[in-house]
Design a binder for this molecule. Sequence first.
Ligand SMILES: [Zn+2]
Length: 313
Amino acid sequence: MLELLRYDHGIYALDSGYLRPQLAAIHLIVEQGRVVIIDTASYTSRARVVDALHVLGLTPASVDYVFLTHIHLDHAGGAGVLMQTFPDARLVVHPRGVAHMADPTKLFAAVRAVYGAAEADRLYGEPTPVPADRIIAAGEGFTLELAGRPLVCWDTPGHARHHLCLWDPRSSGLFTGDIFGLSFRELDVDGRPSILPTTTPTQFDPAAMHHSVDRILRQQPAAVYLTHFARVGEVQRLGGDLHRLIDAHIAIAERERDAGPDREARILEGLWALMDAEAERQGWQLGWEQWREVLRADIELNAQGLHHWLDHA
Ligand SMILES: [Zn+2]
């Protein structure tokens, strides 16, 4: 089933269908029939992306760029098959991600270490390599021209060191990958979104994350487009919540620093208590079991990332 959200300025969000509805969006910007695809979810999203192009009166030959906010596989796992599908497209990725997209062997080994081999195989499968001569290494300030419409790359570390945002001056919109957190639509209260930082292993860096969030707030975007999940406004309020919750995550990790073999489990318990407080603060209307189900995978990854961070910061 094709779920395509339509915004102004030729911007669309496609539900990739990755694992569940409204978990991972693939954004499209369309300018004069030319397309940039922003993040790719996993290889299973290919048919939906092709369908979305068709619905918009476009073809695989319309795609000029596939842009990756970063190379975590819920963002980049589909890049290889999409690049096979779009003959004229170039892949745009942070300089630290280029070698991993050309040869995903080490990346996939790292993903297997985080998720476990069986789960990594189930979620993603071995990624398809992208020919090196089709990859653009895009650092800070690199500007794509989409049929003359400038789109500017920002180097935004904190969630990962290979993370970019894409700034669209036309719409005053910023495509934020995972650096501006997660905002699940199931938790909205009368259209009012909640937000949660992501402290995923292995490159979480709280100081860099605060810095990147501040940079985003200084830009005063009209909206941010999150991979998890799609467009949100109220950027200043959400940024304040992110700063507060990053600090709360760190406080929980520091409290358990010397907890011994139970440390990760205790961090996880602390994060669930933090979410109980957040449910109250934000007035989430889902039942306790339901909102825990919405957040479970990310809270567990956050606990794992904080546990790792304590030993590597
Ligand atoms: Zn990520």
